[in-house]
Design a protein around this ligand. Sequence first.
Ligand code: G6P
Ligand code: MG
Length: 220
Amino acid sequence: MKFEDIKGFAFDLDGVIADSARLHAKAWHQTADEVHSEWTPELAEALKGVSRMDSLEMILKAGGHENDYTEDEKVALATEKNTKYLKLVESLTPDDVLPGMKAFLDELKASGYKMSVASASKNAPAILKQLKITDYFEGVVDPAKLHAGKPDPEIFSLAAGVMDLAPEVVAGLEDSGAGIKSINAAGELSIGIGNQLTEADVRFADTSDVSLAAIKDKLA
Ligand code: G6P
Ligand code: MG
């Protein structure tokens, strides 16, 4: 995709705009301890972008415990994690927008780009509100309505629809491997936050490096 083709940006939230990926990880780490699955950096990375129940399944599987809990017990574990997460989220303020991202959102708004949110998190609207950035976006895709989560393209396809744009003119930003796969499968330009995201069309080491000029440079 050429830089000039881009008309809108679809954003993942946790780890891209909000400094909340570490809070998900902290809460899941406690769940892993509770079910006696080892918490490793690889598991933490693999959980990024993955829905709440699928994350729990992955944690149980990591310790070989996938058949040790009933459906009701699994729902209870996931609910307990979410309660812990929401407790941690209470401390988030507008200062917890990741470095450079507020300036990037302002730059996009001033330049007339459309924006939408493509997060697997059911807590995304609450976090946007807490960070006081809800109004930048045309809308937020409701993950409860998805047939399949990331890496399926559905969420990023819907995020283009929210902006009334074709996928060919949309760039998606993600910090997870599953998310980059979803953007690529949706036919959008993938922008990865993190050098490990080798499948991304464009990569930045850190959110503070992201700007329109930097994206244009990398696409040239
Ligand atoms: C995002 C995060 C994941 C989280 C998922 C569901 O994709 O990267 O870590 O598990 O959302 O979040 P939720 O807030 O609905 O439990
Ligand atoms: Mg993320």
